[in-house]
Write a protein that binds this ligand. Structure first.
Ligand SMILES: NC(=O)c1ccc[n+]([C@@H]2O[C@H](COP(=O)([O-])OP(=O)(O)OC[C@H]3O[C@@H](n4cnc5c(N)ncnc54)[C@H](O)[C@@H]3O)[C@@H](O)[C@H]2O)c1
Length: 245
């Protein structure tokens, strides 16, 4: 078990990549804490417990600074440690530049980038006190290459890489590493709305010839969240079938 006795917060884990990660981390022995705005998170945690894993859910937005502080306090009271933070929550508010309203811009930046800043800032003092921490955040192939209709999302996801490289420098000496996973096109509800002919076009650009699964991304998070990755710090790991090479 690679995460035995570890306490892991996973944001946006009610469904999709986050839910697969919560399930995998629990199998690896972690106490998983799911933060999500969807009530579905309760069911996801329940399914993990039914399989013998340790998981609980708090309905919380990664934009809610005081809610995050309260929740971190609760976790410290209950578990006395926070070892791993997976900043996985994300939203799409796609529109081309000229159609994009400031609200679309702001909400994307608030959740996709501001959420990473707020959650990380709240847990780092506790990681620092223990001399151990793993911070892994979800960027995207869009953060590196841009994508049609995604100015807001691309800016946020590129920003995550800059934040992480800064934290790698600031926090490394406290036993805390910070890394990024940049998924390519992955089969979740987030990509469900893409028309099938566009999906076929995208698939042609992926050297391995298929879209990723939620487990493909969860395994990358697991490696970077594990003790084995202690010498990996400030990297962006593309998990995209070779698309962004
Ligand atoms: N699916 C892909 O192809 C793909 C590609 C690149 C990057 N990503 C990134 O991977 C991560 C997971 O994506 P997914 O495909 O599983 O998406 P998803 O939409 O299936 O899941 C995202 C989860 O985040 C939650 N969430 C949204 N806003 C939140 C908030 N304010 N606070 C807390 N939780 C919130 C949602 O409720 C949902 O459960 C995201 O950061 C996404 O940007 C996904």
């Amino acid at each position: 078990m690679r995460l035995k006795n570890r306490v892991a917060i996973i944001t946006g884990a009610a469904r999709g990549i986050g839910a697969a990660t919560a399930s995998l981390f629990a199998q690896e022995g972690a106490q998983v804490i799911i933060w999500d705005v969807l009530d579905l998170g309760a069911k996801t945690a329940e399914q993990i417990r039914q399989k013998g894993g340790k998981a609980d859910f708090t309905k919380l937005s990664v934009t809610d600074s005081s809610g995050i502080q309260q929740e971190v306090h609760r976790i410290m009271e209950q578990h006395a440690q926070i070892d791993i933070l997976i900043n996985n929550a994300g939203i799409l508010r796609d529109k081309t530049l000229l159609k994009m309203e400031e609200e679309d811009w702001q909400s994307s930046l608030d959740v996709n980038l501001g959420g990473v800043f707020k959650c990380t800032k709240a847990v780092v003092p506790h990681m620092k006190a223990k001399g151990y921490g793993r911070i892994v955040s979800a960027s995207s192939i869009t953060g590196m290459r841009g994508n049609y209709g995604q100015s807001n999302y691309a800016a946020a996801k590129a920003g995550i890489i800059g934040l992480t490289k800064t934290w790698a420098v600031e926090l490394g000496r406290f036993g805390i590493t910070a890394n990024v996973v940049a998924p390519g096109f992955t089969e979740t509800e987030m990509v469900e709305s893409i028309p099938s002919e566009v999906k076929a076009q995208i698939t042609k650009q992926i050297p391995v010839g298929f879209l990723g699964s939620t487990e493909d991304i969860a395994h990358a998070y697991l490696y970077l969240a594990s003790e084995e990755a202690r010498y990996v710090n400030g990297v962006c790991l593309n998990v995209d079938g070779g698309m962004a090479r």
